[in-house]
Design a protein around this ligand. Structure first.
Ligand code: GLP
Length: 241
């Protein structure tokens, strides 16, 4: 794993965007795995800026998001569909047919998971997966205890994850109890993984990811075994290292 330390969140986001821009420029039909949460918002702002400055186009880019809440409509402001439109897709030239997120409103959720996994394979797999990390070590929504062999699946969210994400909702009770997430194996199949970590509240998780045992109780630890992981983290997140 290659670790790059930046002074702060803004510089982390800028560096990450340069890396994603290079990937988009180098590959004919890039397939990018996207993450949500607060961490990648700055990265998306930089990508939008690069698009407006005519540095890149998203016309040939396909995207697959890591996860989506079960039971939220696309128009719900807390859905990850809505998040992606708001923070990236509405502002760039990506064709809507190239955008993929799991459908958390599907009647048959298991079927939706299988079909999502198949779509990733049919697109030829993900060239670069952007990742954040939860304080309990979750990646995507793969909570502690998720099998390293898992593919896209429905997950019951940990109470701690629901609490951490409650800041986006009117109340804790409104935070969905389930999500569809790419599995650990789906994430590990990406050619490259770009993990972004910011802030002192993530310092313990990052320390455990770097120095802890590879163990399903701490999902992000699997990244130690991937051939091509880049971690861009700010000083605060790296304070235990
Ligand atoms: C959510 C997302 C994850 C994300 C995590 C951390 O649970 N499903 O993909 O990495 O939150 O979010 P934040 O970046 O807001 O700390």
């Amino acid at each position: 794993m290659k670790i790059i330390q930046t002074e702060n969140y803004q510089l982390m986001s800028k560096l990450a965007s340069q890396h994603v821009i290079n990937t988009i420029k180098q590959i004919n039909k890039p397939v990018i795995g996207l993450a949500t949460g607060s961490t990648p918002e700055g990265l998306y702002q930089h990508l939008i800026k690069a698009y407006h400055n005519h540095e890149i186009s998203f016309a040939n880019v396909s995207t697959f998001n890591l996860d989506e809440y079960v039971g939220l409509h696309k128009e719900n402001t807390n859905s990850y569909h809505y998040y992606m439109q708001k923070f990236l897709f509405n502002h760039v030239d990506i064709p809507s047919k190239n955008i993929h997120l799991p459908n958390g409103m599907a009647n048959d959720l298991n079927n939706e998971c299988t079909s999502y996994e198949n779509q990733i394979q049919q697109a030829g797999g993900i060239h670069i997966q952007i990742l954040g990390i939860g304080r309990n070590g979750h990646i995507g929504f793969n909570e502690p205890g998720t099998s390293f062999e898992s593919q896209t699946h429905v997950i019951d969210l940990d109470e701690s994850t629901r609490k951490a994400n409650a800041r986006f909702f009117d109340s804790f009770d409104n935070v969905p109890k389930q999500a569809i997430t790419m599995g650990i194996k789906s994430i590990m199949r990406s050619t490259e993984i770009l993990l972004l970590v910011s802030g002192s509240e993530k310092a313990d998780a990052l320390e455990k990811l770097l120095n802890g045992e590879v163990n399903e109780d701490f999902p992000a630890s699997i990244l130690q075994t991937h051939q091509n992981v880049k971690i861009i983290a700010d000083k605060a997140a790296l304070r235990n290292i």
